[in-house]
Ligand binder design. Sequence first.
Ligand code: PMP
Length: 319
Amino acid sequence: MTALPDVSLEPIVYLNGEVVPLSEARVPVLDRGFIFGDGIYEVAPLYAHAGGRTAFRFEQHLARLSRSLEKIGIANPFNNAGWRALIERVVAANEAEADLAAGQDAIAYIQVTRGVAKRGHAFPAGIQPTVFVMVTPLHLPNAAQRAEGVRCVSAEDRRWLNCDIKSVSLLGNVLMAQYAAENGAFETIQFREGVLTEGSSSNVWVVKGGVLIAPPRSHKILEGIRYGLIEELSAECGIRLEVREIAEAEVRAADEIIISSATKEVLPVTQLDGQPVGAGKPGAVFAALYAAYQRAKATEAQGAQQQGAKNESGERITD
Ligand code: PMP
């Protein structure tokens, strides 16, 4: 397949009720997102297929968005139907402007901050949240990265202890991503006092003796939408899953290490801190999960197409 051109240099975005080109979207400097990192975000894949684009596992993404908002005391500005309509509106605007080519997978980025107010740490009363939505092309890992796996480095997890909130205060994660970049690595795998947490922007999975092992859901990690998905996929593939604390030594002695995120799907890690992981090549559990992931995408796309066809015929009947 030839690579699709990345034409989305000037995405059309949504900001506080308006749909405008990105360069025209402006936020006041006293927005608490800018001043305090006081906000949350979501990133959901929109996979392209013959019938259009399907927001993959969107209910789960919206549920996490809602949880994040609740945890920081911001009222959800939309219900799920509202969020869906908003994403559709932004996608349609980008398609109309040809910023999103047909067949191009995309990513929906949603950000909600507490809003604009005179600077002061505690929540100000009576302000409106700032809502921003951006849809841009999704660049999944390439075939070589999946075939060979990626190199990772490790570091102590020094972030705050509310990692379950998908906060825009990402400095800890930014520093970890930069550490990987400076070391020619794809991702930094973090340990908190000798126990595996997660990557700078991914969840981490370990395989030993055919068993898939995951760190428990807790305030120490962000529960990826792929976390629940991989639980389902492993069951479907007959792979035993153990959810428990994983010691650093176990990670270093793993047969396989797998990372997961919206933009990476599942990806094998074949080198950690310069040492080969297991046999130094992607393993059978990764292969099974990757195949199952692609099937899950196809199934959701099919469901969406059928739903679309139903809606169309419904409209015709109403006419
Ligand atoms: N942990 C962190 C810190 C992340 O930033 C991400 C990416 N959103 C994940 C885990 C994986 O989450 P998801 O599967 O929803 O992309």
